[in-house]
Ligand binder design. Structure first.
Ligand code: SF4
Length: 409
């Protein structure tokens, strides 16, 4: 229905153009606008997640990079948000690295040189390597080198040898063949599992959950492993500040809720960044104050989930394109079905509760940036999450849940 689609497209564009994050921060600085949030809230990984901020982190902010490297739009087309950027680094035009890249190949290695990070970013892209996993793995290698577990020339704070290491990984040559196994494989071979920053073999992205407890739960239970996009709890805890980051209250419910929601949004083949505008404007700038949203999300999650229609824009778009109408509860049920089906496949392959955990560093070590000892209280959230989900205590979907969702008879 082209007319309906044009109508809802106009409304959606207005949402994006009104929302400060999508229309200003993202449009101007891209995802690098996140650096100022994470460095000030203590969730930026520094030295393989040994710390949560650095005095040098201002050098990799979107503001600093756009001023110094003549950045311009370089985006997916067509897009209204326009988060992608390119810039001139030492006279050479290159894509501006994304937030996750400056977090993992930058601060996580204690390196704050945007030119070097932009080169490594391009190299990883050319070699088909994920910059999060590459940076997380090199963080482990630098720390293991310091501790004498492996012998390399890689050191925190030094760019020397990083480019060669990335090429060695890409071509599986020399020690690169071991590094290509990632931090899980390396630590199982050489020791140092307690500081191998992965979940289910996938390196963590650039949010330290000691400053974002819901994100810790979300990393631990994500079907893909240490993925920030499964429930994006750091957005609610640290970006929007609608949930207190250092409490476990309501985190299990919201993690399950956003897992379902994002399963649907990602299945629509639309960019997840639209959700900043489409799902938050409904409750925030127009109809209520920040404090009432915070109180609602923190203390009355069930009421808020029932009262607010977070999915209305996505559902109307779906209806205009397919002609199939879908209610709010059907939409959320579809997301639940996707998530639980993935979980069911994982558990059948032996990925059960024992794998729903975090690296020991996050559960036992505190950081310099925290005034008091702070670790992720995962055990306080995980049993509740299983109950809310309808999983058994060992993390398997119950037969009644599989039947309800039409996954198994
Ligand atoms: S589609 Fe998404 S990722 Fe691509 S430029 Fe737009 S906001 Fe950025």
């Amino acid at each position: 229905d082209p007319e309906s689609f044009d109508r809802i497209k106009k409304i959606a564009t207005d949402y994006i153009n009104r929302n400060p994050w999508t229309s200003q921060a993202q449009r101007k600085y891209g995802t690098l606008s996140i650096v100022n949030i994470t460095r000030t809230s203590g969730i930026l990984p520094v030295r393989n997640f040994q710390d949560g901020t650095s005095d040098n982190a201002y050098k990799i902010t979107g503001e600093a990079i756009s001023e110094k490297y003549d950045t311009r739009h370089h985006t997916c087309k067509p897009c209204t948000i326009l988060c992608g950027k390119k810039g001139k680094f030492d006279g050479e035009e290159m894509p501006v690295p994304e937030y996750e890249t400056v977090g993992l190949l930058g601060s996580n290695l204690d390196i704050y040189d945007p030119v070097a990070i932009a080169r490594w970013n391009r190299l990883c892209g050319d070699m088909g390597m994920d910059t999060i996993s590459a940076g997380g793995t090199l963080g482990w290698v630098m720390e293991a080198t310091e501790k004498g577990l492996v012998k390399t020339n890689l050191k925190f704070g030094s760019p020397d040898g990083v480019e060669e290491a990335l090429l060695d990984i890409a071509h599986c040559r020399g020690f690169g063949a071991d590094m290509a196994m990632g931090s899980k494989g390396l630590s199982e071979k050489y020791g140092g599992t307690e500081f191998a920053m992965h979940v289910k073999g996938m390196e963590l992205s650039a949010y330290d959950p000691r400053g974002s407890f819901g994100q810790g739960l979300s990393y631990a239970v994500a079907n893909r492993g240490g993925c920030h996009l499964s429930a994006t709890m750091m957005v609610m805890e640290n970006f929007m500040c609608f949930l207190a980051p250092h409490t476990t209250m309501s985190k299990a419910r919201w993690t399950a809720f956003f897992e379902n929601m994002w399963c649907c949004v990602n299945s629509l083949h639309t960019c997840l960044f639209t959700s900043f505008a489409y799902t938050t404007e409904l409750t925030i700038p127009r109809f209520s104050s920040w404090i009432s949203t915070l109180i609602g999300m923190q203390f009355m999650p069930g009421i808020l989930m029932a009262a607010v229609d977070f999915s209305v824009i996505y559902r109307k778009m779906w209806q205009a394109v397919t002609g199939i109408s879908i209610s709010k509860s059907e939409f959320m049920r579809a997301g639940e079905r996707i998530h639980v089906l993935e979980r069911y496949m994982n558990t059948r392959m032996g990925v059960t509760a024992g794998k729903d955990t975090l690296p020991a560093r996050l559960l036992t070590e505190s950081r310099r940036c925290d005034k008091k000892n702070r670790t992720v209280p995962l055990d306080k959230m995980i049993a509740k999450y299983y109950r809310i989900r309808g999983f058994t205590p060992d993390g398997r979907p119950k037969p009644s849940l599989l039947k309800k969702l039409g996954i198994a008879a």
